[in-house]
Design a protein. Structure first.
Length: 476
């Protein structure tokens, strides 16, 4: 208050001081606090400014059907413990509610029936609790099936309010044989309490069989993976979020050659991860994720120390590895944006093949076949520019051309490093590729993607060895 002490102030200036006090409370997140100048007799130059802390009276939920009012109100229980209604508390509760599948909520403040009170109205909007997608791509391995078809189905509040069940399946199309290539996954997520904590599990089963020049060896394999985890939002604001995740993975993988077991991995891994996502003032969004993994030998019949017949000689069930994923989407002028990605893994141990860092394929260095290079440690960086140079503001059938059609230009690079390589193995390998592509989104539920990636081999980029990737997806 020192700027206004020992000064003559008009009534308008005194009211301005009260407004400044109210604004300061707003900056601190207090939504129901107001400062005003009551009627008074001024004595000895002292002015009374009264600060009134409003109270939250009643919470009403409207528009909900499958999500009960009680379920939604329990997510707002913190508001009752903070009757002055801090913005950060309300925002966190609303953001957590909006993370439930097929549910959207917003809040409206209105005057309560009693003086000095405010009512909170939660307006909910629910969508159909079923969705899915059909997809095609040629991202698969050349030895099993390059072309693949996928199906995803999702539903919510099936067993418990707020739960989420997702089913995924992929099969090869080069030969319609589930033994040649098949992948199935079940994910189930359920809320634990009303502060954003969730418990989940997943199970995947996959089969593959190599063909082409490897067909005579009858190389095939199978895997069964099971995971349990718990997640919790440590921090939630509209432009920033911080999450922690802890879990356990149970992995069994077996490979066969000529009907004989070639390798068998039984991996038991605990992991702890933290992720941070934020939007900044430079029209960009950044995501950071760090995870520490610790394998435990001999747990639940898991692989032990130097077990024979594992996928990599000398791999131990007890290992440590650390992974870091970084991505940023940067909006640019001219209806363009830049996608930056970086991934890394660090380990001092000889890892099982499935635990190694791999390069190559659509999600990595695109100019090379999927998982063509592996290492105990490794890194990957990528930059992709997407732009709409042709009449981006023009509309066709109610959609902007800039939203339906984009050209992409990208560069990928990565390296992998082996600990204690065997004779004939390279201690390190590096891959690079450049390319371009097209992104088509003619409707809200349909998208097509085409990428042409040229690998760098023998110190030069050779278009004769380019990889072409095609994918299409229909969401329903």
């Amino acid at each position: 208050m020192s700027p206004w002490e020992e000064k003559e102030l008009s009534l308008e200036e005194i009211q301005g001081v009260a407004d400044r006090i109210t604004a300061r409370y707003r900056e601190l997140g207090y939504l129901l606090v107001n400062a005003h100048v009551p009627a008074q007799t001024v004595r000895d130059g002292e002015i009374l400014i009264q600060v009134v802390e409003g109270r939250l009276d009643k919470v009403t939920v409207t528009g909900n059907r499958r999500y009960s009012s009680t379920f939604i109100e329990r997510h707002l229980a913190r508001l009752g413990r903070d009757s002055s209604l801090r913005e950060s508390v309300l925002e966190r509760s609303l953001l957590i509610l909006n993370e439930y599948p097929y549910l959207s909520v917003n809040a409206l403040l209105q005057a309560g029936q009693s003086p000095g009170t405010t009512d909170l109205v939660i307006r909910a909007e629910e969508r159909s609790p079923f969705s899915g997608s059909l997809s095609y791509d040629n991202f698969g391995s050349k030895s099993s099936s390059r072309s693949r078809a996928g199906l995803m189905l999702e539903t919510a509040s099936l067993l418990l309010t707020g739960d989420q069940l997702t089913l995924r399946g992929v099969t090869g199309l080069d030969q319609l044989d589930l033994e040649r290539l098949s992948y199935g996954r079940i994910d189930y997520l359920v809320p634990l309490g009303y502060d954003g904590t969730k418990v989940g599990f997943y199970y995947t089963n996959s089969r593959y069989e190599s063909g082409e020049e490897l067909g005579a060896l009858d190389i095939n394999g199978k895997s069964d993976l099971l995971g349990l985890f718990v997640t919790h939002p440590l921090y939630r604001r509209l432009t920033r979020r911080l999450d922690v995740k802890f879990g356990f993975d149970y992995k069994n993988l077996t490979d066969y050659i000529l009907d004989e077991t070639w390798s068998r991995d039984r991996i038991r891994v605990f992991f702890l991860g933290v992720s941070y996502d934020f939007v900044d003032d430079y029209r960009g969004r950044t995501n950071l994720a760090f995870t520490a993994h610790r394998g435990v030998r001999d747990l639940f019949d898991g692989s032990g120390r130097s077990d024979p017949g594992v996928s990599r000689k000398g791999a131990d069930g007890s290992f440590s590895k650390y992974t870091l994923d970084v991505s940023r989407i940067q909006m640019l002028p001219g209806n363009s944006f830049l996608i930056l990605r970086g991934e890394g893994q660090l380990s001092a141990d000889r890892l099982f093949v499935v635990e190694q860092f791999s390069l190559g394929g659509m999600g990595s260095v695109r100019g090379f076949d999927a998982s063509c290079c592996n290492g105990d440690s490794g890194y990957f960086i990528s930059a992709e520019l997407q732009t709409s140079p042709f009449f981006p503001e023009k509309s066709i059938f109610g959609r902007r051309i800039g939203d339906m059609f984009k050209l992409a230009f990208f560069g990928d690079h990565g390296g992998v490093f082996l600990n204690d390589p065997e004779p004939g193995e390279s201690r390190d390998d590096y891959l690079s590729s450049l390319g371009s592509g097209v992104r088509l989104s003619p409707g809200n539920s349909f998208a097509v993607r085409l990428d042409w990636a040229v690998p760098r081999k023998k110190d030069r980029f050779n278009a004769r060895h380019a990889e072409i990737y095609v994918s299409a997806a229909w969401n329903f």
